[in-house]
Design a protein. Sequence first.
Length: 346
Amino acid sequence: MTITTERPPRSESSGSDFARLARKIADAGLLRRRPGYYAIRISLVAGIYAGGWAAFALVGDSWWTLAVAGLLAIVFGQVALVAHDVAHRQVFRRRRASEMAGRIAGAGIGMGYGWWQDKHTRHHANPNNEELDPDLDPNLLVWTQDQARAAKGLPRLIGRWQAFLFFPLLTLEGFNLHVASGKALTNPSLKHRMLDGILLFAHSTVYLAVVFWFLSPGMAVAFLAIHQGLFGLYLGSLFAPNHKGMPILNRDDRPDFLRRQVRTSRNVNGGWSTDIALGGLNHQIEHHLFPHMPTPNLRKARTLVRRYCEELGVDYMETGLITSYRQALSSLHQAGAPLRHVRVDA
């Protein structure tokens, strides 16, 4: 299943603020697909992916293989970004082609495509909603002071100093991606879970077999730790600037579609290198408003969207990358404040 993001209510379909913006974007041709761009991008990512594993085999049981682990961590992140664009149907017009390509990309990095697309769909429909956005589940960190007051177990223990622990914890995100994908297979409502299970099992088997075949046990463990740790750090660093530290809504706080998406999202300014490193997600506002828009068009849409928001008096947040991290960490520290004023049992 590909991602089907929430659309504005029908009552807003012809004359809403979003509808007027959508007409401007469509008239500018920014919703048209970019097959040439994606053919080059996917070919490059696939080529570097294959080249990274070829380098791994050539270097073999050497300390230099740990440098290859770092390269492959970045490549895995880029594959995840391709899977993201494919799932949003930015690449292929037909659902079947999008779903097939997304599953292939997900299998390449050990991600359960069905689990991820369900989670991401719910996030797009209700970004930064404390009760409805799965990215704000307090399963390890707390995102609001209300969650902090109700926290138990690890979130209660970690929440006090979670801002300082945030980036170290991201090194576990790669492992968490695999574990969460596997756990989701026990959910009977997950569509195509047998196919996802086969792909996950195939990835894990081939990945571990290759690593332990070419490397000694100690070096293999070091490779796995560095590869998965840096992969998780890269993934978390990609997504942290997008919404963390932005206003958090609740179930009763339901502004219209345009304001809900713009108010809860943050753009990261920068040039082409930022676009490559963050996979276009640095234009998060435009992506959330028009999730089917091809990545290379997001920068062009930014000018129209920002000017339109200024006309409406809607806050449009854009910062540098370092500032975005600082705002995210400040928000996490503030959310954990109630836990710093109570005794936390070990």
